[in-house]
Ligand binder design. Structure first.
Ligand SMILES: [Zn+2]
Ligand SMILES: [Zn+2]
Length: 259
């Protein structure tokens, strides 16, 4: 599997030279095999997606908070004439199509999804899914309004994407078991310990808690994601030092990873 990190900023996109190293685009990671392109979330990072029309294209949404879907509207994925499958879980009585439509229709957005060149099919995202080369399972995260932790298995390798996740001891145990022996774990490291004290219940976590899950899961590599929009490169480098493990670091936009 080849991974391209297209966006790792949380909550709101940011720009400016102080964000150059880690990047300002919101959640989007592209996972590719020879014949498939699977996007994990569709944040503003999706605008920089490479051409994927020659592959079977799927978009797996952890949830539909704006920072995870704002890239759809101008992404090459919807602006190309091909089939796209979007998976999300029904929330608040709204199916995946209704959730995207609520955001991508006037007065919030000028063009409904139907007018794009791509032929978009919406699907309910359940507990498990066979998707060509990929075997996918999900776990409910701990996040306001709900979010999914996504596990992809392919070519004998395992990736777990746990963004928009707030820790509890019980949930950490569940996530560590879900991520057991994964080759790569993405984890929500939005807050410092001090910030977390003021932001409890907002649905995000810390480096300290991520390291606990990482150690317990025995995953091979950890990358923190969902960087707080108020954290510049200097702050993120300082937070990264607290990982204290050569296999744990903060994800950077434009990273290419072979798993
Ligand atoms: Zn988010
Ligand atoms: Zn969220």
């Amino acid at each position: 599997m080849k991974l391209t990190v297209l966006g790792v900023r949380g909550s709101i996109p940011v720009s400016g030279k102080e964000y150059n190293e880690f990047g300002g685009a919101t959640s989007c990671i592209l996972v590719e095999t020879a014949g498939q392109a699977v996007f994990l979330d569709a944040g503003s990072g999706m605008l920089k997606a490479p051409r994927t029309e020659d592959k079977k294209v799927s978009v797996l949404l952890t949830h539909t908070h704006a920072d995870h879907i704002i890239g759809l509207g101008l992404s090459p994925v919807l602006l190309s004439r091909h089939d796209v499958d979007i998976y999300a879980k029904t929330r608040d009585g709204l199916n995946p199509y209704e959730q995207i439509k609520r955001f991508m229709s006037p007065p919030l957005w000028p063009a409904p999804v139907e007018v794009y060149p791509a032929n978009v099919n919406f699907h309910e995202f359940g507990d498990s899914l066979e998707l060509g080369d990929f075997e996918i399972t999900t776990m409910e995260s701990n996040h306001p309004g709900g979010s999914l932790v996504i596990k992809l298995k392919c070519e004998g390798k395992t990736i777990v994407y746990a963004t928009d996740y707030e820790h509890t001891d019980e949930k950490n145990d569940e996530l560590a078991a879900f991520s057991k022996d994964a080759d790569l774990l993405f984890y929500d490291g939005q807050y410092t310990d001090d910030e977390y004290e003021k932001m409890k219940g907002f649905g995000h976590s810390t480096v300290r808690e991520g390291m606990k899950v990482f150690q317990k899961s025995r995953a091979r590599r950890l990358l923190f994601v969902h960087h707080d929009p108020r954290h510049d490169d200097e702050k993120l480098r300082e937070m990264e030092k607290n990982c204290g493990d050569k296999n744990a670091s903060f994800a950077r936009e434009r990273m290419l990873i072979e798993v």
